[in-house]
Design a protein around this ligand. Structure first.
Ligand SMILES: [Zn+2]
Length: 376
């Protein structure tokens, strides 16, 4: 039995829709009955069995860049138009949706978007179910990417893993016992705002020394710019630091405190705020021998590694998968992430840290996996 599955991705900067053909070996009335039940409500994912990936085929893909002044109504109308183009009048069996922001999965509600206005408590699942007349599942992009990597990518065959994206922000999603683990409010996996340095620089979330504050591309770029401007600028007074500088994980490359104290970056930088350079520039300058850039890049890697090691101590995953633009920063970055994570993990907690396999299409493959979970 062949069915069409629609995968939608509301990303921070672009909207994507993909149409997949999914062959199913299951047939008959039980399946239809299951679909009818599910069309009106979400239920916990029924099984940990991996999908049979060879049975899913990408038929077509549409993608548009989101204009700077887009709102939720624009995004919804645009993605519906893309989807209808792909479907050409054919009904989908299910729709899976990756959304770049927090989602109340059980209620099918988008909580908000940090990039686009109008998404607050938006009933996206029900709006799409009404538009397409089929079951719809919506989850946030990190959870969806984790599911995609588990079924189709670097996490295939690993039932306990965390996927972390390191890009304009740092987000994560768990697969535990072969199933997505979303937590009580759907916020599990928020490794980006776990604190690795309580006396570190101020984060947008109001805390200091979060993984995201130190490891995300825009924050690294901002710190590099601040550091380049020199020590003469005014800055807010930072709180006193205890001896030992707040970390028990020594870093062999040094220079972290020097960097953060030179420029005084006590202003919390909103994600995506424009700087003249990007995280990629920091990585390129580090590779070219710029010591300031190298210190910032490796501080980010250290912060992420400590966060991962702490997470591993709590959950004991088999594998950590890293995606997002910052993971292209080079071998020195990867080596420091792995070193700091291993140094933070207690004896006996072992895991590997590998690059994501699905690349830019991860949300769409993940959305396919999400859709397949509600129609199997
Ligand atoms: Zn934070």
């Amino acid at each position: 039995m062949t069915r069409l599955v629609l995968a939608l991705d509301f990303g921070g900067t672009k909207l994507s829709a993909a149409l997949f053909k999914r062959e199913s070996s299951r047939q008959g009335s039980n399946e239809r009955q299951e679909e009818q039940t599910l069309s009106s409500s979400w239920r916990p994912l029924p099984s940990s069995r991996p999908l049979r990936e060879p049975l899913s085929t990408l038929l077509d893909l549409r993608r548009v860049i989101t204009p700077a002044d887009a709102d939720a109504a624009y995004e919804l109308a645009t993605i519906l138009a893309l989807a209808r183009e792909l479907l050409a009048g054919r009904p989908p069996a299910a729709v899976g949706v990756s959304f770049g922001g927090p989602v109340a999965v059980a209620a099918g509600l988008v909580r908000r978007s940090d990039h686009v206005p109008g998404w607050d408590n938006f009933p996206l699942r029900d709006r799409l179910a009404a538009a397409f007349g089929c079951p719809v599942a919506v989850d946030n992009d990190a959870n969806v990417a984790a599911l995609g990597e588990h079924h189709f990518g670097a996490g295939h065959g690993f039932d306990d893993l965390i996927y972390v994206t390191v890009s304009t922000g740092v987000g994560g999603g768990w697969i535990l016992g072969g199933r997505p683990w979303r937590g009580h409010e759907g916020l599990a996996g928020e490794i980006g705002h776990t604190v690795v340095d309580p006396h570190g620089p101020l984060c947008l979330c109001g805390k200091r020394g979060c993984v995201e504050r130190l490891a995300s591309g825009p924050y690294m770029a901002a710190d590099y710019e601040q550091g380049s401007r020199g020590a003469g600028e005014q800055r807010e007074e930072a709180p006193p630091r205890p001896s030992g500088e707040g970390t028990l994980i020594p870093s062999p490359w040094g220079g972290v405190r020097g960097v953060s104290e030179v420029g005084g970056e006590e202003r919390p930088l909103p994600p995506g705020e424009r700087t003249r350079i990007t995280g990629r520039d920091v990585a390129e300058r580090a590779a070219a021998g710029d010591e300031g850039a190298r210190a910032i890049l490796l501080r980010g890697a250290w912060a992420l590694g400590v966060g991962l090691g702490n997470a591993a101590n709590l959950i004991n995953p088999q594998r950590v998968i890293l995606g997002g633009g910052v993971t292209k920063a080079g071998e020195a970055w990867w080596a420091e992430v792995r070193r700091a994570a291993a140094a933070t993990a207690v004896a006996g907690v072992t895991f590997d840290i590998v690059p994501a396999a699905l690349g830019d299409d991860a949300p769409l493959w993940g959305a396919l996996a999400l859709a397949a979970e509600i129609t199997r």
